[in-house]
Design a protein around this ligand. Structure first.
Ligand SMILES: [Fe+2]
Length: 311
């Protein structure tokens, strides 16, 4: 039985105003905060409570980045600022849930990935755009950047002789997923986190009864959200992201978080901010952290951003 503490968008607003005031007075890890309604990205913090979590993993912090979308329309400054923020947060683990590229390999992708570091490593699955572009090319970049792909397989994270498992399935869009293979080595009573690019796989993952938390991307927060309502519109046109397009869900007792991603595909975003997601695992309920809106990627990154690669 898992539980989670979360707040609705409506309840976040007053707290967000208080947090913005506090941040503007110099508190917190992010230096430059604006009251702009259109932040460059959000540092979104999600606390997930899993009562079966081993003691050694209570408070375990995972940074989830997804949909970097290196390519002709990349939001390069935003992506690099997100990567720099990830480094500063010094997570226990980094997970990347696919769509590293849009439609071509990019020389800047290895440089971006090489900047990432986490105590327990960096793990990834591929997305539909990676497969449509050059999956083996993307895989070569991941290997050279120290990123381990979980392609229908799993690995064990050990701390103080206690373990949780991390599993990954290949792209559902390309019908390359194999959850049975991904869980083949995982003990039935293990606490398991699943990486899957397309979020609507959540129903199948939850039906297995073996996944505590699924992390996904793919929908870019819907690219366009109706102001004030937060409804991700364009995800309804996207295969495998219609049911769970954005935010936290709980299908059949499993937790599922769908990130809006940090990059940009061919479509611009409107009212659907890119995000860096900090997932913290807890054994017991905690007070939910507010998101932090970052409006100046250069300030986070710490140096001028190179020109965006356009071809
Ligand atoms: Fe995708």
């Amino acid at each position: 039985m898992h539980s989670v503490s979360s707040r609705s968008h409506k309840r976040r607003l007053p707290n967000l105003r208080r947090r913005l005031r506090a941040r503007s007075e110099g508190q917190g890890p992010v230096q430059t905060i604006s009251r702009s309604r259109r932040p460059h990205f959000v540092h979104r913090r999600v606390d997930v409570v899993i009562p079966s979590l081993p003691d050694a993993f209570d408070g375990y912090r995972i940074i989830h980045l997804t949909d970097l979308h290196f390519g002709p329309a990349i939001a390069y400054r935003t992506v690099m600022a997100g990567i720099e923020l990830t480094k500063r947060l010094e997570p226990d683990l980094i997970v990347l849930t696919g769509d590293f590229v849009t439609d071509r390999l990019d020389d800047l992708l290895p440089d971006a990935l090489n900047r990432l570091t986490a105590r327990d490593g960096i793990f990834a699955v591929l997305g539909n755009h990676d497969h449509w572009t050059d999956p083996e090319g993307v895989r070569r970049i991941l290997v050279s950047s120290g990123v381990t792909e979980l392609c229908n397989n799993s690995m064990c994270l050990i701390r103080d002789d206690q373990a949780i498992w991390l599993a990954g399935v290949d792209s559902i869009y390309l019908d390359k997923q194999d959850l049975c293979a991904a869980l083949a080595d995982v003990p039935f009573d293990a606490t398991t986190i699943l990486l899957a690019h397309e979020p609507d796989f959540g129903d199948e993952a939850a039906a297995s009864g073996r996944i505590a938390l699924q992390l996904s991307g793919h929908a870019h927060g819907g690219s366009f959200q109706i102001p004030g309502l937060g409804i991700p519109v364009l995800s309804q046109l996207l295969k495998h992201a219609r049911k769970y397009p954005f935010g936290l869900y709980r299908p059949n007792g499993m937790w599922l978080y769908t990130s809006a991603g940090i990059g940009r595909g061919r479509l611009p975003r409107f009212n659907a901010a890119p995000e860096v997601t900090e997932i913290t695992l807890w054994q017991r309920p905690v007070e939910m952290a507010d998101p932090v809106y970052v409006n100046d990627p250069a300030a986070v990154w710490g140096s001028p951003a190179p020109e965006m690669a356009i071809s």
